[in-house]
Design a protein around this ligand. Sequence first.
Ligand SMILES: O=C(O)CCC(=O)C(=O)O
Length: 261
Amino acid sequence: MSSPSTTSETSFTAEEVASFQRDGYVIVRSMCPPHLVERMRAVTADNLQRLVEPIEFEADLQYPGAPESRSEAGGRTVRRLKQAHSRDYVFTEWLTNAGLANRLKQLLGPELVCPLAHHNCIMTKEPQYSSDTGWHQDIRYWSFTRPELVNVWLALGSEHKENGCLKLIPGSHQISFERHRFDDDVFFRTDLEENQPLLDQEVLAELEPGDVLFFHCRALHAATRNYTTSSKRSVVFTFRPVDNPPKPGSRSAASPELLIH
Ligand SMILES: O=C(O)CCC(=O)C(=O)O
C-alpha cells in the first residue's frame, strides 16, 4: 500500500510538475481542506470588519479604479490584510499542511523556507472600489540570491473573470526580458507592440474555494478589478529553497522567515 504522502492527494503528479516547469504555474483543485478554508474565511471577515492592522488600502497604491485617497468615498476599502500568518493559528495549519509542503518540495527541493516579508497576506477584492493590477513579475521588488520562489494562492471563494481572478502568461517565467519592455514601475508594457504576442496568450486562473494556484515568482500575471457585487478573498504566501536566501540589508531580509518541515 502506498503511503499517503506519495499519493496524488498529497503530492503533484509527474504531469503537474512538468506543467509547472513549462508554464510557470499549476492549479490543484480542492486542495485545502474545507474546514481550514472556513476558518480562514471567518478570520478574514472578522479582521475586515474590525479593520485589524496592518492593512494596505486600495487608495494607498493608486492602481486604476482605486479611490484617490483614504478620506474619499471608498477610501477605507481594503486591498490586502498584511501579516496573515500572525492573524490566527489557522494560517500555521495551512503552511504546515502535508500536501502543501510535499508539493513545494517537488518544485523547490527538500528544505523549504517561507519568507514573511512578501505576500503573507489575505488579498481582498471588494466590489465598487477595487482596482486593476497591471502585468508584473512578483520578483520585481524582491531581493534573493536567485529568482527562485513559488507563490501559493489559495482561493477562499470563487475567482473568475468578472471578479478579477489572476491572469497569467504561460512560459513567461523562462523569458529574459529587456528592461524597456517594462514601465518605470516595472509593469510589463501593454502599449508596446513587441509585447502583444505574449499578452495575447493570457490565461485565466479561475478557482473555486479550496483550489490552489502555484506560480513562479517570474511568471507574468495581472488581474482586473472586481466587477461583481460580492467580495473576493484569497490567501497568499511565497516559498523559497533554503539555499536561496534574501540579500543582506534588503527588504526581503528584514522580516523573519519560517522553516517548513
Ligand atoms: O489580485 C490582484 O489584483 C493581483 C495581485 C497580485 O498580482 C499580487 O499581489 O502580486
